[in-house]
Every structure is written in C-alpha cells, then in structure tokens.
Design a binder for this molecule. Structure first.
Ligand code: HH2
Length: 281
C-alpha cells in the first residue's frame, strides 16, 4: 500500500463530541497493557473489540511514552507496526489514528488508511507537518515537557495552564503555517507528560482555557499515575478514577477521551450526553 498519495476527504468525520478513542499499544512495555496486544492476532482482536465497544477511533502506537521510557527508533517502531498496518490496510471497522513522533512511521500508517496522526511531540520531526499537510490527514498536537526518559524529573511551571495553552497555540499556528487546515487539528494538554500531580489537576480544571483555542481537545488520563496517586489503586484498578477524571475533562469542554476501557467509557459518555440533552442514538 505504500505510495498511496490520495488525500483524505474528511479526516475528522468520526468526531462527535464527546467520544472515546480506544488505545491499541503494539509495544512490549506500555504501562497499562504490557505487551498484551503486541502480536498480529492480538492487535487485530483489539481493533475489533475497540470498534465493537463503540469507540469513535482506535489509536495505534508502537512506542511507549510512559515516564522513564527510552525512545524507540523509527525502524523498530515500524517493525512492530507492520503486521497491524497490514491488517488495517485489509480493512477494519473503525477509523485509525497512529500514535507516533516519526514522520516515516506516520507515512506508513497513512498509506495503510489511518486518518489521524497523534503526535505527542506536537510536530517535532520536521517531516511531520509537511506530510500531514500533503495528505490532508488530521493531527493531534500534544504538550510534553522534555522527553519521556526524563520528563518527570522535577517538572516546573509558573502557570501550567497558561504555559500549556501558549505552547499549543504556537504549535497550532506552526501547523497552519505549514499548510495543515486548522479544521484538521486537535489539541491535547498531555496529562502526565512532564507534570506533577498538581500540574495535572490544574490542567484538568483548566480544560476550558485549552478549548478556548477553538479546536477539539483530546484528554488521556486513562489509568495514569495521577489516578493511582489520588486513589491509591494499582493500574488494573483505576477504572472508576479514570472515568471520573475523564468526565471532569468533558465537563470542561474536552471532545475526545483516549482510553483503555472503551466499553465503560462509552457508557459513561452516553449517560453524560443524555443528561446534557444530547443525541445518544
Ligand atoms: N498518553 C499516552 C500515549 N499517547 N497521546 C495523546 N494524545 N494523549 C495522551 O495523554 C497520551 C498519548 C500514554 O499512554 P499509553 O499509550 O497507554 O501508554 P504507553 O505510553 O506506555 O504506551
């Protein structure tokens, strides 16, 4: 499928706020699902489940960016992804997002049919914005302070909400200057990426300031360390805390929750939408 250069007509046609982005990590070391879906059969089964449980999109990643993780080179990331991208190219029942910092990996995933690039470095690879502009795909720009390996070593901000908002605004402007349609950009404050618990809590309270930038906001809090710090629960027992934090983000204006527990999140969002008078059909 490489070399397919057709532009995507509407890369955000799946987006209905609020909605769930189901996570598929084809990694040996992700913090919440440690290698469970790393093989091709596991990845295909996970995509099926994410679709059946009602996620609006499935986010596929092959590099763990948990605190302390070492960077994965693009060739290794692609090696991990190849069987999954082949399955995606053969046809899947849910739109696909590729969670990568590498333009070369993003290109292979777009060739396979992905519609969104989820870039936790917000376009640090100089090839990323031109690629997304050229293909007409969507991009999620996330805030991260530093690199995963060291980002939790004493992160400091004067005003975390203001600094994250200003960073996202600047990266949105850079993306648009590079030719990406503003209507194709999503923004993410990057919960847990170079932030203390207090920073994460302030950012969840500060979602309205991020949403005021005028683009849909993605929030990933699912099973993260901040939920463990608040509840005292291990990773596998953080569902209730994750749902609560996710709904707080939605109350502040978040459009997309990036989650491991799709079924439960979809139910929570459906109840939320019904209570707020929205269409749950
Ligand atoms: N969090 C993770 C990875 N990618 N992308 C966005 N946009 N927002 C996030 O909060 C986010 C993200 C980390 O979670 P996970 O993929 O479950 O773990 P790991 O990095 O260990 O694979």
């Amino acid at each position: 499928m490489t070399g397919t250069l057709s532009r995507i007509s509407d890369p955000l046609s799946w987006l209905r706020a609020p909605c769930a982005m189901g996570i598929l990590n084809v990694t040996p070391d992700s913090f919440a699902d440690v290698g469970r879906h790393a093989g091709a059969p596991g990845a295909a089964a996970r995509i099926l489940a994410v679709a059946a449980e009602g996620a609006a999109i499935c986010d596929v990643g092959a590099e763990s960016t948990r605190p302390g993780a070492q960077a994965v080179p693009a060739h290794e990331e692609l090696r991990r992804l190849e069987p999954t991208l082949a399955a995606i190219a053969a046809g899947v029942d849910v739109p696909i997002s590729i969670d990568t910092r590498h333009a070369s990996t993003a290109r292979a995933a777009l060739d396979a049919g992905a519609v969104l690039v989820n870039d936790v470095s917000a376009g640090a690879d100089p090839g990323m914005f031109p690629l997304v502009a050229d293909r007409g795909s969507a991009i999620c720009l996330m805030h991260m302070r530093g690199e995963p390996a060291t980002m939790q070593d004493d992160p400091r901000y004067n005003d975390v909400v203001d600094e994250v908002r200003a960073f996202l605004e600047a990266r949105l402007e850079a993306a648009v200057s590079a030719g990406i349609a503003e209507a194709h950009v999503l923004l993410d404050p990057g919960i847990g990426f170079g932030k203390t618990l207090e920073h994460n809590l302030a950012l969840l309270r500060g979602i309205p300031a991020i949403a005021a930038l005028g683009r849909p906001v993605v929030v990933g809090v699912s099973r993260k360390g901040m939920i463990g710090a608040i509840t005292g629960r291990e990773i596998e027992d953080r569902l209730a805390g994750s749902l609560s934090a996710g709904l707080c983000a939605v109350a502040g204006g978040a459009a997309v929750l990036r989650v491991h527990d799709v079924c439960e999140t979809v139910d929570a969002l459906t109840a939320w939408t019904a209570i707020n008078g929205g269409d749950t059909a």
